[in-house]
Design a protein around this ligand. Structure first.
Ligand code: ADP
Ligand code: ADP
Length: 230
């Protein structure tokens, strides 16, 4: 059961940088997917296509079997279903307090007030960040910021959660906690996609891996298939 697929997508930045060169990707529902590749490979650019922030120059993207339509209504739906946790937490977190931060995205979904509160309480408990709720985001550690960013995405109740280099700038204890949270979400049938430039972070975790290099897919398969070949 494929939840997102990309069919030969190409993307050039306005300055001419050719970032994606015809990618075919099929993301299976409920799986743990690793996107492996060095800096500049195109991981972030790909992610921005998966939730409709960028539109491919050529090629097509399908979500839940339907071709993505780039109008306001469809994009709002897609962005609530495919959440991205950015690599740079400071770029994602712009509210002054943790509670406000977690409320921000979900407030735009026009949900009843009690549903908003219910979801916020749920993600705070889920991420075990009760102790952070009344603190200013600015002074949190890297790992704490990452958890708050995950909570704010999770409050939207996405089916797919994408994390761009989630273990960068995070200490090893927080990294283990984050992986545990992601594994728990995956056990609840959420599809989780993680990028990394470091195979160690992906090898033992992912069900399926895409290797990206210079805007192309160099290989794909189970970790065993990927790492036994070369
Ligand atoms: P990764 O996430 O794997 O590090 P990116 O998707 O960020 O890779 O970048 C892919 C390519 O696109 C790189 O060559 C990068 O320099 C380029 N790139 C990224 N963002 C921009 C931008 N805003 N304008 C021009 N080129 C960009
Ligand atoms: P710990 O590293 O605390 O001993 P476990 O071995 O219980 O954690 O790992 C729990 C799950 O998370 C396993 O599937 C493991 O492969 C994965 N995992 C642990 N550390 C990482 C990491 N740094 N990156 C990706 N996955 C990881």
């Amino acid at each position: 059961n494929i939840i997102i697929s990309c069919e030969k997508i190409h993307y050039k930045y306005p300055d001419g940088t050719y970032a994606l060169k015809g990618l075919n990707i099929n993301i299976e529902n409920g799986k743990k997917i690793g996107i492996l590749g060095p800096n500049g490979a195109g991981k972030t650019t790909l992610f921005f296509h998966l939730n409709g922030l960028y539109k491919p120059d050529y090629g097509k993207i399908y979500f839940e079997g339907k071709e993505v339509v780039y109008d306001r209504k469809n994009l709002k739906y897609l962005r609530s279903k495919v959440g991205i946790v950015f690599q740079d937490s400071d770029a994602q977190l712009f509210s002054s307090s943790v509670y406000e931060e977690i409320s921000f995205g979900i407030m735009n979904l026009n949900l009843p007030k009690n549903e908003v509160k219910k979801r916020i309480d749920y993600v705070i408990t889920k991420l075990k960040i009760e102790n952070l709720v009344n603190r200013p985001t600015h002074f949190l550690s890297g790992g704490e910021k990452k958890k708050v960013a995950i909570a704010s995405i999770l409050a939207m109740s996405p089916e797919v959660i994408i994390l761009d280099e989630p273990l960068a700038n995070v200490d090893s204890k927080a990294a283990d906690e984050i992986i545990e949270i992601l594994n728990q979400l995956n056990s609840e049938n959420k599809t989780i996609i993680i990028s990394s430039h470091n195979p160690d972070n992906i090898y033992s975790w992912a069900d399926y891996i895409y290797v990206l290099y210079d805007g192309n897919i160099l290989g794909e398969g189970t970790p065993y298939e990927i790492f036994s070949n070369d």
